[in-house]
Structure formats: structure tokens, C-alpha cells
Design a protein around this ligand. Structure first.
Ligand code: WTA
Length: 637
């Protein structure tokens, strides 16, 4: 497969960028035409950011799986679509050609159909990182069901919240998942969640870990049994359901600064075009290269750069079940050598954690196959960037620092491997079609370079979110109401003299812990649900490996005196309510919190205390009771 839209030189990038700004509709139309559509669109773009209403390729009809699978069969049926590297090093890897993946997806589309799943139904996927997850994702897309993948680290309560929000009546899960030396009992977690979700009609369970589980009569069925029925009935090809370009493809829940996580909705046509375009250009993908994205399919990175982008491009995508440090910290490098990986796309937190093991785990690893390195999820510090460059890329592999979000569907700001220059700790330049602006607090657009501001995007791109599930107003207020006619990212940003962008981190109450987005309000609500807690405030602080750690200041009821026990209880409560990823790293009991006279907690001050920057507390005179500061600082020491 060749990519007519692949940019091959720096001059071509600038030319494409100019064209994408001057004539965005023509620009995206030419790219969209290279995909397989069942019916052509009537209008390329219709938009306003007020409501917001955004539609790309309106009137067009397609099925994304015909682009991921069917269209490759003529020439690439025997090319490798997916390589699976299991958690356990002694378990053989698996490979799927495009033909094999096509067959499996069709088969499972029949399973879904036979179990009553229809176009538009919401299907929740709570599975480990195994081929069945990718197959189930694509099978949903093939029959037009809306998938909602939930990361395996979320708790039963988090799952129940998401199932209720989406009214998802179907679940696909596993008995369990392997992660390093642990087994996660996924089906048991689902059973706990379903106590609160009587509307769930069917749970399809893939057997993976042979963990003992309960199977509820008339509700739970085994994946393999259902597949056997499909084989017996000779159900093979499943005609891909025609979807409108603007029909939803998936919901992915993500944290914001307030309330519960929101269901970000992406639609079929624009998302497909954008994920594929950015995959091919940022990584400069060449046919036959093995692309290894280490993210989990439970996050947007896995959706766009393990499943949809690579498969639409006819690429070979590598799925890894395990973790970078098990059975030892050389695991990634073994995988690179074993499968001749060309592109390695990972997160700064993983790089920092591997750096911590020194160079011994790299001994005897060749890493000759590597061509491109990538990072995503949080700002990368220069030290980690240089370590990645020297010890992994051997200074031969461009590093792409890709900035984007769940809401953006694909990468918005990044250098293109070997085409546009990298700059350590900078995402660098916007991709074609992306018009970033920096604004001050009042929303005034800041012109010129060498300037900092809040990062917004002033023109739509095909991969952007369309709504938040079941609550369009929330989408408007979260992203389109802070500044007039701009999409607000929630990130702070610096633009250097040459126009390169450097993301400096969130400017709202969202934490980024090991690349995972966590809302401070969510963690506070979880802590406050503990019986001994009166009130709490959660802030982030710099953490060597995680990027940010979670620091909780908690006022406890004087009746609950055993502080040691209560700290563990609080951590456990957060793990129960949200999941282990949101457990605070530090919990400090305090007698009071710094509040303004109107009762608002001054997090700015708490952040400085958590960081240990006690000389930068700033003006504390507006506090209701300035003496609480001294007491918190004393308690910390
Ligand atoms: C942060 C992940 C700096 C940012 C794809 C953003 C980054 C949030 C980068 C989105 C990067 C992501 N440099 N910061 N290269 N990539 N971020 O929704 O704060 O899980 O708003 O999407 O991660 O996280 P999300």
C-alpha cells in the first residue's frame, strides 16, 4: 500500500501546512478520497464552535473496518497485520495476517449479532491487552455498535459509572489478565460492577487466565462457545454495516477538572481519516515496518495508534500484554530485537522508569531494527529525551514528541520523523490542518513568538471530539465556552522564537500521573466518601518517575485517631472507588485547609507546599484563616 498523502520533505510539510490553512476543505477532501467509502460525502465540513456542531464528510457512508481489513485483502492478505507478544516470555508469540484478522473479526461480528447487538448499541470492553480485545473492538465497529473500552486498572465502581452513563447493555471481558507477575481478575470486577447495572443483558467472556469465575445463567456466555456456534452455522463473511460519517464509532471516558469522567465521542469518518493521516506522517511509516505502541487499548493512544491508524494504513502493529519491567527491565528491548521493531512509541514515564535501572538491561540488545522513537502522554524532560536518543536510538532514530489528547483523536503537534526537526522537550510544530493559538486569561490571542499562554485550537480538524455522551452541554462548557470560538485544550504552552510549541502541563485541576489523566475532584470525592474524612484537597507535585504524584491534604474526624491505619484506609478507598492508578502517593492529615473568604480552597498554595517551595507561597493575606498555612507546613516537616 502506498500513501499518496505521505509528506516526504520539510518543504513539502510547509507547503501542505499552508494549503491546509488556506483551503482546509480541499486539503482534507483529497486525503479522504484515498479511503474506501460506500457513498461519497455531500459536504466536507460544516462547523461552529458555539454549540459546538462539527461535521466532516457529511452524507458520506463507510465502515472503518472495510478500511482496516477488507481493502487490504486484494494485495496484502498475507501481510502481517498484528503480532502479539504475551506477558509470559515462555508463551509463544502469535501472528495474524490481514486475512486471518479479517476472518476473526467477521466471526466475532457474527457472535455479536447472534447475541442481539445492533447498530448504535453501546458495548463495553474490559479486557487485558490480548488479540481478542482488538478483534472485539473491530467487530463492534463492523456491526456499527459503539465501543467503550475501559482500562483494566479501573475499579468496579468506575465501571458501573461508565456503564450507567452509556447505558451499555453488552459487555465483553476476560476471566482475567496477566500483568507482570500478577493476575487481574477482570470478570470478578465486572460481577461487582453489575450489581448496580441490571440493564446489562449479555456478558461475553474470553477465557485467558483460567481464573475461576462465576458465570450467571442467561446472562454470561463463553466467547469460544459462541464462536463454535458461528462455525457450525457456517457464518463467515459479515457484511460491514453502512455507517454515516458522523455516526459514533466509540466512547472513551476521560477525566476533567470537575465531576465524573466524561464520555468523549468520536465519529467514524473524520476519526478514520485523521488517525491514519497522522500515523503515516508522524512515524513516516513504511510498508513492512513493525510498529510497537506500548500504550493500553484502554486509552486513546491504543485506539488510534495500535488499532485504527496502523490497520487502516495496512501496517504491522505489535500488541504487548505485559509491562516494561517484567521479568526484567530489558523486556522492551528483547521485544524490539525479537520482532524487528521499527517504530517504538512509548511514554516518558516508562523511559524514566527504565532509565532508573541503568544500562545493564541494555547489554546484549542490538536494537538495530529501530528507525523511529516516539513519546506521548506528558511533557518529556530533557534528561529522559537524551537517554532515549543515545541509548535506545543510538542517535540514529528521530524522536517524535507527539502532543495530543483523548478529545483530539490523533496527534496535533509533533515533529515528523526525519522530515521536520526535533527539539528536546518540544512537541515542535502543528501538523497540517491544525491551527494552534496561545491566549491569555482573558482570551486575547497572543501574537508573536517567545511567549507563553493557554493552548487553544481555532479551526476544526477531522479527528476532534463531537460531543460528550449524553450531555452535549458538558462538551460545550468544558471545551468551547472558556474562550470564544476556540477549542480549549486545558494545557499551558510556550512558543519559542522559531514557532516551536512546548507543552508545559495542565492549567486546570487535572493531574497527569504516569501519563494517566486523573481529576483532582474525582480523587477528593473518593477520599471524602471515607467515613472518617471531613474534607480533603488533592494537588499534584513533581515526581521523578510518574511525572506528577498525587498529594492529598485530608482533614479527619477527631474520633478516627489512628492516623497510620486511616492513611491506608484512605488509599484503599480511592482504589475501590476509582482504581489503583488514582491512589495518592502522599497523604497528610491537617486541621484546616487554606480557603478564601468565599470558601474556595486555594490550591495554588497547597501545590507550593506539596512541592516543598515554601518560599513561594505568595500572597496569603486573602485567606480566611492565614494561620492554617503554618500548621500545614509544620505538619509536613
Ligand atoms: C498531556 C493522551 C506534553 C497533555 C494522548 C494533554 C502531553 C494530556 C503530551 C492528554 C506531550 C499528552 N507533551 N504533554 N507530548 N501528550 N500530553 O487524554 O497535558 O490521556 O492535555 O491523551 O496529556 O492526555 P490523554
Amino acid at each position: 500500500m502506498s500513501y499518496p498523502f505521505q509528506i516526504k520533505s520539510e518543504a513539502a510539510y510547509h507547503q501542505a501546512y499552508q494549503q491546509s490553512v488556506a483551503h482546509p476543505e480541499q486539503f482534507w477532501e483529497a486525503i479522504a478520497q484515498t479511503f474506501q467509502w460506500q457513498k461519497k460525502w455531500d459536504q466536507v465540513l460544516e462547523w461552529n464552535f458555539k454549540e459546538p456542531r462539527i461535521s466532516w464528510f457529511k452524507g458520506g457512508q463507510l465502515n472503518i473496518t472495510e478500511n482496516c481489513l477488507d481493502r487490504h485483502l486484494a494485495e496484502d492478505a498475507n501481510s502481517l497485520a498484528m503480532i502479539f507478544e504475551p506477558n509470559d516470555v515462555t508463551t509463544p508469540a502469535q501472528q495474524f495476517t490481514y486475512q486471518e484478522l479479517f476472518d476473526k473479526v467477521n466471526q466475532f461480528a457474527w457472535v455479536l449479532h447472534n447475541n442481539g447487538v445492533k447498530k448504535g448499541d453501546r458495548v463495553c470492553l474490559y479486557m487485558g491487552m490480548i488479540p481478542a480485545l482488538a478483534i472485539a473492538t473491530l467487530a463492534c465497529a463492523r456491526i456499527g455498535a459503539i465501543h467503550s473500552v475501559i482500562f483494566g486498572g479501573f475499579s468496579a465502581q468506575s465501571i458501573a459509572d461508565r456503564l450507567q452513563d452509556a447505558q451499555a447493555a453488552f459487555i465483553i471481558t476476560c476471566d482475567g489478565a496477566h500483568r507482570g507477575n500478577k493476575t487481574i481478575d477482570l470478570k470478578n470486577v465486572i460481577d461487582d460492577a453489575l450489581v448496580q447495572c441490571p440493564f446489562v443483558q449479555r456478558v461475553i467472556v474470553y477465557m485467558h487466565t483460567q481464573t475461576p469465575i462465576s458465570m450467571k445463567k442467561d446472562r454470561d456466555v463463553w466467547w469460544e462457545d459462541e464462536v463454535q456456534k458461528v462455525i457450525a452455522a457456517q457464518q463467515t463473511f459479515f457484511p460491514a454495516v453502512a455507517m454515516d460519517a458522523e455516526d459514533p464509532l466509540f466512547i472513551l471516558y476521560t477525566s476533567g477538572s470537575t465531576g465524573k469522567p466524561k464520555g468523549v465521542v468520536h465519529t467514524v469518518g473524520g476519526y478514520m481519516v485523521y488517525a491514519t493521516y497522522t500515523f503515516v506522517n508522524v512515524f513516516q511509516y513504511q510498508k513492512g515496518d513493525v510498529h510497537f505502541c506500548t500504550a493500553d487499548i484502554g486509552w486513546i493512544t491504543g485506539h488510534s495508534y495500535i488499532v485504527y491508524g496502523p490497520l487502516c494504513a495496512g501496517a504491522t502493529t505489535l500488541l504487548f500484554e505485559g509491562i516494561p519491567t517484567w521479568p526484567n527491565a530489558g523486556r522492551f528491548w528483547d521485544i524490539v530485537d525479537k520482532h524487528r521493531v521499527a517504530n517504538l512509541y512509548t511514554a516518558p514515564t516508562a523511559i524514566r522508569s527504565l532509565m532508573g535501572f541503568g544500562l545493564a538491561p541494555l547489554e546484549g540488545k542490538e536494537l538495530h531494527s529501530l528507525k523511529v522513537l516516539g513519546t506521548v502522554g506528558e511533557p518529556i524532560n530533557e534528561e529522559a529525551w537524551h537517554w532515549y536518543d543515545e541509548h535506545i536510538g543510538k542517535k540514529q532514530c528521530p524522536i517524535v514528541d507527539t502532543w495530543w489528547q483523548t478529545e483530539t483523536g490523533g496527534i496535533l503537534i509533533s515533529n515528523m520523523a526525519g522530515i521536520t526537526p526535533a527539539k528536546p522537550a518540544y512537541a515542535t510544530l502543528p501538523l497540517p490542518g491544525i491551527q494552534p493559538v496561545l491566549v491569555d486569561e482573558k482570551g486575547t490571542i497572543l501574537e508573536g513568538n517567545a511567549i507563553s499562554g493557554n493552548l487553544c485550537i481555532q479551526f476544526p480538524w477531522p479527528g476532534m471530539l463531537r460531543t460528550t455522551y449524553g450531555d452535549h452541554e458538558r462538551c460545550r462548557t468544558n471545551y468551547f465556552a472558556t474562550y470564544d470560538n476556540l477549542y480549549f485544550t486545558g494545557d499551558g504552552c510556550y512558543r519559542d522564537e522559531q514557532g516551536n510549541y512546548r507543552i508545559t502541563g495542565r492549567v486546570d485541576d487535572v493531574l497527569n500521573v504516569s501519563g494517566h489523566r486523573i481529576g483532582t475532584a474525582e480523587v477528593e470525592n473518593a477520599i471524602n466518601s471515607h467515613t472518617g474524612v471531613v474534607e480533603s484537597a488533592v494537588v499534584g507535585y513533581p515526581h521523578d518517575i510518574k511525572g506528577q504524584g498525587i498529594y492529598a491534604f485530608v482533614i479527619i474526624d477527631s474520633l478516627h485517631g489512628d492516623a497510620q491505619l486511616t492513611q491506608l484506609d484512605i488509599a484503599q478507598t480511592v482504589a475501590r472507588v476509582i482504581g489503583a492508578i488514582a491512589k495518592p502517593d502522599k497523604i497528610q492529615f491537617v486541621h484546616g485547609l487554606p480557603k478564601t473568604r468565599s470558601g474556595k480552597i486555594m490550591r495554588r498554595i497547597l501545590r507550593k507546599i506539596a512541592e516543598g517551595a515554601l518560599d513561594q507561597l505568595g500572597d496569603t493575606s486573602t485567606l480566611l484563616d492565614p494561620s492554617v498555612i503554618a500548621s500545614i507546613v509544620d505538619g509536613k516537616l
